[in-house]
Each structure stands twice: as structure tokens, then as C-alpha cells.
Design a binder for this molecule. Structure first.
Ligand SMILES: [Zn+2]
Length: 522
């Protein structure tokens, strides 16, 4: 791993560590205590005449710079000077993170464009080092999004957008990931959400107009659709109903060998189902544009959390309308065919999924006049059976979005290190499941899931491989983390055993990332 770094690492295993940090033989004895500093080797970097790293079990930031250096003034902590150099040790707080961002530009989120990418939602704020390790092990070619959380999940875990971004950034620093990363403000629904995430420093914004998608349109007949069509927000759509027909009927949309046509009914259905959602996205987009000003940003549009699959014609309608209204996006998450339940594999016919996504991918590649965009796979955790088809058909124009599976890996670590805590969490999760499941797509049943008394300690982690138990544990994370008795012990354990948690994450995520590495077969 060390060879991936572009800058010199401080190696805590060599007796020359103090020397490498810039100290010479003439340095007074007081500063030679640096030798005993336990520098986390992947975090250590030098930029010009400044060296920084994370040290100690309580994870202080160490900064060593010439005493006259202006860099030092950005940090806070205890400093000692000798031989013209100053060593500062400070806490992992917001001030020191901002100073690090000024010094190390790769700690700021950046746009990722249409590179094959993976999003790693992390509900605990401790998973990024394991994500980085998996990414390195997968062999490259993947652009990561390390900070990614929906407003709903932030509310459930009691974390602010800024905390989510800062915690992921500390992980990036700790592991010395210098290849860049994105920060996804996920499933944004309101202008206020946008403002909070802009202020926190996010650069990637996922709009979720799901509440404006009219799923009922799929079952509506011609006359009901006609009425609903009149009620669309035509003013916001900046077009007349008659224009709609002129632009979509009596023509074929070519998508890389696939021809898609609208008739009166399918056009009315597309417009009724997604028209208000398009208007909503435009509104959010313009709000974001104004809020970002000159700053770069990227947008994803997602309608994945709706009932009925997005047809190919509906995909064309959404893309064409958004484009006409000036929206630029880097990825789109249609509602695909089949079932995407949280934290478990795809439920449906894999061949059918591939046929369906083949055309979605062709549309994303070719229909838009402003260049291709990625297809985004939401609820992407653990969908092992469809990754190959997804990567193959998108030809690597793909974004994989995962979130809850990192929490489940934390529970795997807990099962190994503190079986009693795992048992308590499982029992509590069973009790919360019926209520907590309501906002998620899951079908686990309490009747099918084992009771905690039935499982010997050494088989606890096997519960994470069982469908019902896995979903029950997955959707109840918010309730678990709201209980201080669980939260404190869980976080304490993971902080005490960061390598164990990182190894569990690396192993699990390697299975996610390998099919995507280097754009699949591209
Ligand atoms: Zn989603």
C-alpha cells in the first residue's frame, strides 16, 4: 500500500523516524521524544517543509514544520520548538481538519465525472479506512464517494451533514488516500436540505423527487391520464401540453441500436408519472446553482424509491425534459425492474434485469445531447448477482451506491469481539423491526428469524448471512444508535479495534468492488 503514496511516508518501524520527520542529530533531546510517537504510517505525509500524521491511540494530529512557517498558525494544539522546528500535537477537531484541507488538497471533495464510481455510506463515521483498503485491494480504476448520507439517515443517526463529511475526511487522511473522493448529499428533497449540505462542503447532490412521482399513472386508463395531464405544473415545465405531443409523437428515439417510440398513451403515462417530479428537480437544481455560485458541483437524479419500474420511454421522457430545462446531471437512478431490498441480494430474474438495463444504459450513453451519464445503482449493497450484468451493460458508466452494509459489517466485528453486545442489539432490533421497516423496502419476517436464545456465540455472525435476520438488523440501525447503551459500546469497540473492523469491511467490499474495478471489461 505504501508504494501508492506520492509523498514520503514516515515509517514508525525505523529508528530514523525522528530523522525522517526533519530532525537532525543536533536536535535537542527534548524533541527526540518524537521517536516514540506512534505515527499511523499511512497517514504520514510531507508537503514541502511540513510533515503531518496521526499519532497515538487517542489519534492526535502531529504537525512538524519550521517554526517560522505560516502553516502552523492554522492548527491548534500543544507545540514545542527546538532547532528551528516546531512540533504541534492537536486534537482531531474541525479547526485542525480545515488546516489539513488547506495543506493537503486531496482532503477536499472533488467532482468525479463519468468515471466508474462507488459510494460508501457510513452510518458510524468509522468505516472510511476499511473502504479505502477495499478500494486499493480491488485494483483501481474506481472513483470513490466516501461521504454519502441521506438526510433521513442523518436524522436517524443524529449526525449533521458536516459531521458525516468531516468523519469521512478523517478516514481519508488516516489511510492516506490521495486519489480524490466525492461527497454525496444523498436523497435531497428540499431546498433547506440543499443549503445545509452546501454549507457543509458537499460537491455531489442527489435529488430525490420521489414524492412527486405518480405511481398510480401505471394503472390509469386514457381518460384518467387525460385529466391528470391537465393538472401537471405546466408553468414550471415551461411548455404547453400541445408541445409535448409535437416533440415526442411520430418520431423514433435512437439509443445505440434500440428504437424507442411513444404513442399517445405511453406519452401521457410518462408525463403524468414523472412530469411533477421533473418540475421538482428543476426547482431544486436552480436553487443549488444559485447556492453554489462559481463552485463546481455534480448532480444525480434518483427515482429509485418508487413503486413501479421506470420504462425506457419514461427514462427518455425524464432525460429529455430535464435537459430542455437546463439541468445537467452526472448520474441517474431509474427504478429498475425487480426488487431491491436493503442489504440483501437482488430479488428477481437476473437475465430480465440485464435485458432491461441494456436499453437504459444505451439511453444514458446516447440520447442526451450533452454527453453520456452514468446509471446509478441504489440500494446497491450486496446485489452480487447483478453486478456483472450492470457493469457489462453500462460499460462502466456506472455508479454503485451502498450504505447500510457498512453498519452490518460493524455488527460482524461486534459478534466476534463482544457476543453479549451483539445479542442485545439483535434482541432490541427484533423488537423495533415492525416499526422501523415502514420506510424501507424489506420483507423479512420476525417469525422466520431466530430468537437470540437459540444461537450459540460462535454462530452469531452467521446471522448476518441469513435473509430475515440480516434485514432486521439492517433497518433498525437508527433505533439502535439512538440508545446510548448500544451506541457508546459499539463505537467504543470499533475505536478500540480499528484494524478488525477495517479488515471485515475490506473483505466484504472487495466482493462489491471487484466487478466494477477498471470499468468491468471496458
Ligand atoms: Zn436511493
Amino acid at each position: 500500500m505504501g508504494d501508492r503514496k506520492r509523498v514520503k511516508a514516515m515509517d514508525r518501524s525505523t529508528p530514523q523516524a525522528g530523522h525522517r520527520m526533519g530532525l537532525t542529530e543536533n536536535t535537542p533531546a527534548a524533541l527526540l521524544t518524537l521517536n516514540s510517537l506512534d505515527v499511523r504510517s499511512n497517514s504520514a505525509v510531507s508537503v514541502e517543509d511540513t510533515e503531518v500524521g496521526l499519532v497515538g491511540s487517542d489519534q492526535n494530529v502531529a504537525v512538524l514544520a519550521p517554526s517560522k512557517s505560516r502553516v502552523l498558525s492554522g492548527f491548534e494544539g500543544e507545540s514545542s520548538a527546538a532547532g528551528g522546528s516546531t512540533l504541534l500535537l492537536g486534537p482531531m477537531n474541525a479547526t485542525n481538519l480545515n488546516a489539513l484541507r488547506d495543506l493537503l488538497p486531496w482532503l477536499r471533495p472533488r467532482p468525479l465525472g463519468t468515471r466508474t464510481s462507488a459510494g460508501f455510506g457510513d452510518r458510524l463515521g468509522l468505516a472510511t479506512p476499511g473502504h479505502v483498503m477495499a478500494l486499493r485491494a480491488a485494483g483501481g480504476g474506481l472513483a470513490p464517494i466516501f461521504a454519502q448520507q441521506s438526510i433521513r439517515e442523518m436524522e436517524r443517526t443524529g449526525r449533521s451533514p458536516k459531521e458525516v463529511l468531516d468523519e469521512a475526511t478523517w478516514g481519508v487522511f488516516a489511510e492516506g488516500w490521495q486519489e480524490g473522493f466525492g461527497a454525496d448529499a444523498d436523497h435531497l428533497k428540499t431546498a433547506e436540505d440543499i443549503d445545509t449540505c452546501v454549507a457543509a462542503g458537499y460537491g455531489f447532490f442527489t435529488f430525490d423527487p420521489g414524492e412527486y412521482v405518480d405511481d398510480g399513472a401505471e394503472a390509469s386508463g386514457a381518460s384518467a391520464l387525460r385529466t391528470a395531464l391537465e393538472d401537471l405544473p405546466w408553468q414550471d415545465l415551461e411548455v404547453l401540453p400541445a408541445d409535448l405531443k409535437r416533440r415526442y409523437l411520430d418520431r423514433a428515439f435512437e439509443a445505440d441500436g434500440h428504437e424507442i417510440r411513444f404513442d399517445n398513451l405511453s406519452l401521457a403515462r410518462a408525463a403524468v408519472k414523472y412530469g411533477a417530479a421533473v418540475a421538482r428537480v428543476v426547482r431544486l437544481y436552480r436553487h443549488l446553482q444559485a447556492a453554489m455560485g462559481e463552485r463546481d458541483f455534480e448532480v444525480e437524479v434518483s427515482v429509485d424509491e418508487t413503486e413501479s419500474p421506470t420504462t425506457h420511454a419514461q427514462h427518455i421522457y425524464i432525460a429529455t425534459e430535464l435537459r430542455r430545462l437546463g439541468v445537467r446531471w452526472v448520474s441517474l437512478a431509474p427504478r429498475y425492474v425487480g426488487r431491491f431490498e436493503k442489504g440483501v441480494d437482488y430479488m428477481g430474474d437476473v437475465a430480465g434485469f440485464e435485458e432491461d438495463i441494456e436499453v437504459h444504459a444505451a439511453i444514458a450513453r446516447t440520447v442526451s445531447p450533452n454527453g453520456p451519464y452514468k446509471l446509478s445503482l441504489h440500494s446497491g449493497s450486496d446485489k452480487f448477482s447483478i453486478y456483472p450484468a450492470f457493469v457489462r451493460q453500462t460499460r462502466g458508466l456506472a455508479h454503485l451506491k451502498t450504505a447500510g452494509t457498512s453498519y452490518l459489517e460493524a455488527l460482524r466485528t461486534v459478534a466476534a469481539l463482544d457476543p453479549d453486545l451483539f445479542r442485545e442489539i439483535y434482541d432490541f432490533s427484533r423488537g423495533r423491526y415492525e416499526e422501523d421497516r415502514s420506510s424501507y423496502h424489506v420483507s423479512a419476517s420476525l417469525e422466520r428469524a431466530v430468537k437470540r436464545e437459540d444461537v450459540p456465540n460462535e454462530e452469531l455472525s452467521a446471522l448476518l448471512e441469513r435473509f430475515d435476520e440480516r434485514e432486521i438488523l439492517h433497518v433498525t440501525f437508527g433505533s439502535v444508535l439512538k440508545e446510548a447503551r448500544f451506541r457508546d459500546r459499539l463505537l467504543g469497540l470499533l475505536r478500540e479495534h480499528p484494524d478488525h473492523y477495517a479488515a471485515d469491511l475490506e473483505k466484504h467490499f472487495l466482493r462489491h468492488l471487484e466487478p466494477f474495478a477498471n470499468g468491468g471489461s471496458r
